[in-house]
Ligand binder design. Structure first.
Ligand code: FEO
Length: 391
């Protein structure tokens, strides 16, 4: 049985097989963390996703009779953290459920209005014995109902979605998993879940300034105990929209023409010593592309014109990116067409609507690009690299 500190147990579930989290492709699975604090009073923090309800109740039962649970804290109503609610409430039949008012309202919509709960607006903290929990609403980090729970005696933050990662692992702590994999999943998670909510995340980070933190226990992935400062520092950079000298080329292709241009542009960028990542949307999921875009300065999107419109995968990607509002980027569009063009203009308009500062592009050629046109694409890539280097 895993303990964070004496009497603070992990009673969550590792989801090794989940590969899509409402469209975000989770290559390494995830976990739904829940914590049981056994003090003079007993508190359970967060539920888990529905298929793991029985597993959560079993884990609690192995530590204590569930009827001895006094409080259940729901930090967030999204179903990955509330799905086990009915089974857990039945097992922990003496527990008082505590949540923000907004969380209660959302739980009622999902699970029925008969669920009784005390709003944290009336009960902002719980004395458990030697330890206590203070509740801090962090609206829109991730949903309007979101809150975090802080245990001052242990300098321990139960942060729910914030600082999480979709990472299934046998280790529960940051010192038990591969450090590079961990940071890759933490940044991918931020890019795909929290990036558009950076203002709310930034407010939450401000609220944490000066709060002593020895451990951060999110509701997905590993617990930060070796170096909680590492993830806090990374978040500070992400909410500030920090970028590095890097470009991402995203495209799809019908007969290889847009691909030829994408490769020439990427080679042009790289020839100036700027890092470039290339994603063919026929192969890369949108969420992988967004993960690469998080710290890139430039986004270059190429689409063939299909029936006077953009290629469907490009349309899906642009809609996904627009919702996630990448910060502090320059961008350009390119493409190829048969007789009447049109895709490039549509891509440009969508990128502009996503808040990207557009660079003028004339890389849009009829049918298969000839040698001169490929050279122009290469030179265009070099020009983008120079803008990145000068930024
Ligand atoms: Fe992990 Fe917003 O739920």
């Amino acid at each position: 049985m895993v303990q964070l500190r004496e009497g603070i147990h992990w009673v969550g579930a590792v989801d090794w097989s989940v590969r899509s989290f409402h469209g975000y492709i989770t290559h390494r699975g995830s976990s739904y963390n829940s914590y049981l604090v056994v003090d003079e009073k007993v508190a359970l923090i967060d539920f888990v996703k529905a298929p793991f309800a029985e597993e959560q109740v079993t884990k609690i039962s192995e530590i204590i009779d569930p009827k001895r649970v006094d409080y259940i804290v729901a930090n967030h109503a999204e179903p990955d953290h509330s799905g086990s609610i009915r089974m857990v409430l039945e097992a922990c039949s003496n527990a008082e459920l505590v949540a923000t008012e907004r969380c209660m309202n959302t739980l009622w919509k999902y699970y029925g209005g008969d669920i009784k709960a005390t709003p944290i607006e009336k009960k902002p903290s719980l004395k458990l014995g030697k330890r206590s929990l203070s509740f801090v609403p962090v609206p829109m980090a991730h949903w309007p109902d979101s809150m975090v729970s802080y245990m001052p005696e242990e300098k321990l933050l139960f942060s729910n979605d914030a600082f999480g990662q979709h990472l299934a692992s046998s280790g529960r702590f940051d010192d038990e998993v591969d450090a590079a994999e961990l940071m890759q999943e933490a940044s991918t998670y931020y890019a795909n879940i929290l990036m558009p909510l950076w203002r709310s995340v930034s407010r939450a980070l401000k609220a944490l300034e000066g709060v002593p933190l020895e451990m951060i226990a999110p509701s997905h992935g590993i617990i930060w105990r070796k170096d909680p400062g590492k993830i806090l520092k990374a978040y500070q950079g992400w909410v500030a929209g920090e970028t590095k000298k890097k470009a991402v080329v995203v495209y799809d292709t019908m007969w290889g023409s847009t691909q030829l241009l994408a490769r020439a542009i990427a080679d042009g960028v790289a020839s100036k010593g700027v890092e470039v990542k290339v994603h063919n949307l026929g192969a890369s999921p949108n969420s992988d592309v967004i993960a690469d875009i998080l710290d890139a300065k430039a986004i270059l999107v190429g689409s063939p014109t299909l029936n006077n419109h953009i290629f469907p995968t490009i349309g899906g990607f642009l809609a996904y990116m627009r919702g996630l509002k990448p910060m502090n980027k320059i961008g350009a569009a390119f493409g190829s067409y048969g007789w009447a063009g049109g895709a490039k203009k549509i891509v440009e308009a969508e990128m502009q609507a996503a808040g990207i500062q557009m660079v003028e592009s004339d890389i849009d050629f009829v049918f298969h690009p000839n040698g001169d046109e490929v050279k122009r694409a290469h030179a265009f890539g070099q020009g983008i690299a120079e803008k990145i280097l000068g930024a």
